[in-house]
Design a protein around this ligand. Structure first.
Ligand SMILES: O=C(O)CCC(=O)C(=O)O
Length: 283
């Protein structure tokens, strides 16, 4: 099934702040995601694409472990399957001055019911001709198992997306379940990306969310989602802005063994980089 968008329900005000549909919060609470046709302008999406391509082309953050292959062993910086950059806004602070950022911050407040405790971002590039999906997962499966989260990802495609080039798909209502069993991609602990490890999960009710460039989906940290392959001739670029309420310590014990088992090159680089930085600061 494909999500239907109502462009008339959204319009930019004179200050370019996007107005959210009146039922946005109700839909989000019910389904664990929403799709909106506009978070920023087409012109800004073009400017964001330039920044985005430059960050990946220059391998920004590779040394510090911020740039890596989401679905590979990350051994060859020139041949990543699905390159990702964490915290691109730390490298280009101008990203925090964009309309997309401002509207994402407003959307977070609107859907969380309170201002986000913090905001960060990352970028996931699905190269042209990529046969790979980003497999079904819940974002919370990557995080600290001892914490309770109310968090959200706002996924902004920088070109039009549909099922033919890697749009988002969600299972409505899946945010109300616990975290299901996950494993590293291909069951290889060198792979950063996770996938669900439970073939009994019913994925038949999935909703695909095609979007124009500069639109967005927003999903809860527990909502099951995946993106389709990108066999097209154009890279599929997505910028993801994340926020949430302050994470609380959980009373009950939980464990995410798939995270304990991880041995990624990205972690090795991050550790070596932090050590070198600390040593330089001590001189
Ligand atoms: O862009 C993608 O391929 C995956 C995005 C995703 O899983 C996320 O933003 O949580």
């Amino acid at each position: 099934m494909t999500a239907t968008l109502n462009p008339a329900a959204m319009r930019s005000t004179s200050s370019d702040d996007v107005e959210f549909p009146s039922d946005a919060r109700e839909s989000y609470d019910r389904d664990g995601f929403i799709a909106l046709p506009q978070l920023t302008t087409a012109a800004e999406a073009i400017r964001l694409r330039e920044i985005y391509d430059d960050l990946f082309a220059r391998r920004v953050g590779r040394e510090s472990g911020d740039q890596f292959d989401l679905f590979g062993d990350d051994s060859d910086p020139d041949k990543p399957n699905i390159p990702q950059i964490l915290g691109p806004d730390n490298y280009v602070p101008e990203l925090r001055e964009t309309l997309a950022w401002r509207n994402a911050e407003r959307l977070l407040t609107h859907l969380l019911g309170a201002p986000s405790a913090g905001i960060g971002s990352h970028m996931i590039l699905k190269p042209a001709g990529s046969p790979l999906s980003t497999p079904w997962h819940q974002d919370e499966a990557y995080w600290d198992a001892s914490r309770r989260y109310k968090s959200m990802s706002i996924w902004i495609p920088l070109q039009d997306v549909d099922q033919g080039n890697g749009c988002m798909h969600f299972i409505p209502g899946s945010h109300r379940r616990g975290i299901v069993k996950h494993r590293s991609g291909n069951n290889d602990p060198r792979v950063h990306g996770l996938e669900i490890d439970d073939d009994k999960i019913d994925l038949s009710g999935q909703i695909a969310c095609p979007l124009p460039a500069g639109g967005c989906t927003a999903h809860d940290g527990r909502t099951l989602h995946f993106t389709s392959p990108n066999p097209s001739r154009v890279p599929r670029r997505a910028w993801i802005i994340m926020g949430g309420l302050e994470a609380q310590k959980r009373a009950e014990i939980r464990s995410f063994p798939w995270m304990d088992a991880k041995r990624t090159r990205r972690d090795e680089r991050a550790e070596a980089f932090a050590k070198a930085k600390a040593a330089a600061a001590a001189v």
